[in-house]
Design a binder for this molecule. Structure first.
Ligand SMILES: [Zn+2]
Length: 341
């Protein structure tokens, strides 16, 4: 290993993907990870929860290699180093070493207030305090800034990212955790340089991808407006919070632009992350490169060519009435994000 690459790995670039679900983050992650100096790690904010998920929860938390995190050759190795250094038993107490605000409330979702009331309340408090800190209305942010649990989370996270970069021999790590507050926790408190990609998808495409997933018996009419409002809420919040990040560290990317011009768009992203240019379109994934991703969609690295074609099924499937509803709700933010009408 050259001295230069050792230095890079001591402080790798932390690429954070923010955005609403079903906006193309899996495609973006796969394209980023084609670069020989980048490794994808899944959704790091879910690490403790994935360790905690066992036979008693909805599903068992696994690394993409098929092992439980503590038994995975990569994650297990890093977590055991932490256990030794900090004198912890992470397997027994997964949340004793946190990397984010995500806890068991995420597992129980709507029934969390009943199932884990204290955990749920603390989670709500954590989010409220950080909104105040990051948005600072009426100076309340200053008052709330005495309490910053996120600074320990981000330091732990930087440690994981640095170790993963060294183990994978890469200069940058991609985390697709996507959350607005988590994004700023990482940006402000990490000990490694952070680059944020705010990924958006056309509201119509995103709403259609939600409608496609409706369970049998659920009314499509009842779900168009809520899906559009959710698109505005999630993207609007990230857009609002990301304004405080300097342009040098943040890039807005439209899924549609990525699909239409993948080679150039990816090279702009690589340059943004301080990496050499790389032709992602003619590259093939190395089939022997085993991925160890945690949480989120299972990232599969295969020798099959990746489908980068833009998914425009919404234009054939949404009715005029549905398009009008979406426009009425999501129009102003769509225009602000540069979407064509
Ligand atoms: Zn693994």
């Amino acid at each position: 290993m050259s001295r230069q690459s050792e230095a890079a790995q001591a402080s790798p670039t932390y690429i954070y993907i923010a955005g609403r679900g079903h906006s193309g983050s899996t495609l973006l992650t796969l394209l980023l990870a084609r670069h020989p100096r980048i490794a994808a790690i899944g959704e790091l904010s879910l690490l403790s929860l994935q360790i905690a998920r066992d036979e008693s929860t909805r599903w068992v938390g696994l690394c993409s290699c098929g092992e439980r995190p503590m038994d995975c050759p990569v994650w297990g190795r890093i977590l055991k180093e932490v256990e030794n250094d900090e004198n912890l038993d992470i397997k027994r107490k997964p949340f004793s070493w946190r990397v984010s605000d995500v806890g068991m409330e995420e597992e129980y979702r709507n029934s969390a207030p009943l199932r884990v009331p204290f955990v749920w309340l603390r989670h709500c408090l954590w989010r409220l305090v950080r909104y105040l800190q990051y948005l600072s209305p009426l100076g309340l942010g200053k008052l709330a800034s005495i309490y910053k649990p996120q600074s320990a989370w981000a330091k732990n996270r930087s440690r994981v990212v640095s170790r993963l970069a060294a183990i994978n021999d890469v200069d940058a790590i991609v985390d697709a955790s996507k959350d607005s507050l988590d994004m700023l926790d990482v940006y402000y408190h990490s000990t490694v340089p952070v680059k944020i990609i705010f990924l958006t998808r056309d509201s119509r495409g995103n709403v259609w991808s939600m409608l496609k997933r409706l369970k049998a018996g659920m009314s499509r009419d009842d779900n168009v407006a809520p899906a559009a409002r959710e698109w505005v809420k999630v993207n609007g919040r990230i857009w609002q919070l990301v304004q405080q990040v300097p342009n040098a560290d943040c890039m807005h990317l439209r899924y549609e632009d990525l699909c239409r011009n993948p080679r150039d768009v990816m090279n702009r992203l690589f340059e943004f992350a301080g990496l050499d240019a790389f032709d992602v379109v003619s590259a093939r994934d190395e089939s022997d490169r085993e991925a160890h991703t945690i949480g989120g969609n299972k990232i599969r690295f295969s020798s099959e060519p990746l489908n980068i074609r833009e998914d425009t099924a919404w234009s054939q499937n949404l009715t005029d009435q549905e398009l009008r509803t979406i426009r009425a709700i999501a129009g102003p933010l769509s225009d602000e994000l540069g979407y064509e009408r």
